[in-house]
Design a protein around this ligand. Structure first.
Ligand code: CA
Length: 277
């Protein structure tokens, strides 16, 4: 404050200063697994009785029966994947998470973290909060029925009303996903960058991120997924120096409508602020 500040104004300005929000941390702790551990994450799982219903599958299709959780590990520098030879590991930094593994057993591995969306997660480019990460599914394709195949699923839910803000699903061999042929009957994708745009109203709300990697439900075939770079910032380019396959997009299930609604809400807020000033 300069010396001309009226004395009575000082306590008001002080009150305003302590009411100002603290600088917020971007979403997800240990989002890049650079601790070489799952610190801040919750691992879980069970067994896969098969997906409910028929394609297209979504959160309501995922069934997990009680039982021992599937495996999880962290892969570090120098790692390669003989089943998916063109995948560059680790994806970001020195470590990448690997949920589930090559073996069967109808096991499901889940990875969860709950955090609060903050202003630090807003991308100035569009004024909306984002959740970004990279994933690469490696799934055996035994050509079972779709509901019995190994699969990958990721969902971001708003915990206030349990609404789905974003979800992405792919089962092995899914027709509209351009899987690459791995070793033997294995199929995989190069790392895909996901950019989930949340509605402006998500700021200040708790969200729960869940990633699921599942074996086939009949028990004989494995499936796993690499994940890395969870946060709101852009996922940096692949660090590996090898040849890069063209990314094969997995269709996201939603929420184009929510993203549009968020953009409209942001515009309305901006208009309101201008009108008020
Ligand atoms: Ca990492």
């Amino acid at each position: 404050m300069n010396r001309t500040t009226t004395p009575w104004l000082r306590p008001v300005l002080f009150a305003l200063s302590i009411a100002a929000p603290m600088p917020a941390l971007a979403i997800f702790q240990n989002g890049g697994f650079e601790t070489n551990t799952y610190t801040a994450w919750t691992l879980g799982g069970g067994t896969n009785p098969g997906l409910a219903g028929t394609p297209p599958f979504n959160s309501a299709s995922v069934q997990i029966n009680a039982g021992a959780a599937g495996p999880a590990s962290i892969v570090g520098s120098g790692s390669t994947d003989p089943l998916a030879p063109t995948i560059q590991l680790p994806r970001v930094g020195q470590y990448t998470a690997k949920l589930n593994d090559e073996n069967g057993g109808a096991l499901v591995t889940t990875l969860r973290q709950t955090d609060t969306v903050s202003s630090a997660d807003i991308d100035p480019a569009d004024g909306l909060p984002h959740i970004r990460f990279a994933f690469a599914p490696v799934l055996d394709d035994p050509n079972h029925s779709p509901a019995e195949q190994p699969y990958f699923y990721v969902v971001v839910k708003n915990l206030a009303d349990n609404s789905v803000l974003f979800e992405q699903f792919a089962y092995s061999g899914q027709a509209n996903v351009q899987f690459l042929q791995g070793s033997g009957s294995w199929k995989y994708l190069e790392f895909q960058n996901v950019d989930a745009v949340l509605p402006a109203s998500a700021v200040g709300q708790q969200v729960e991120l869940t990633v699921i990697a599942s074996d086939c439900s009949l028990g004989g075939h494995g499936g796993y997924v690499y994940v890395d770079g969870f946060g709101s910032a852009q996922v940096p380019p692949d660090s590996g120096g090898g040849p890069q396959g063209a990314p094969q997009a997995v269709p996201a299930l939603g929420p184009a409508g929510l993203g549009l609604l968020g953009a409209l809400l942001a515009l309305a807020t901006l208009a309101m602020r201008r009108w008020q000033s």
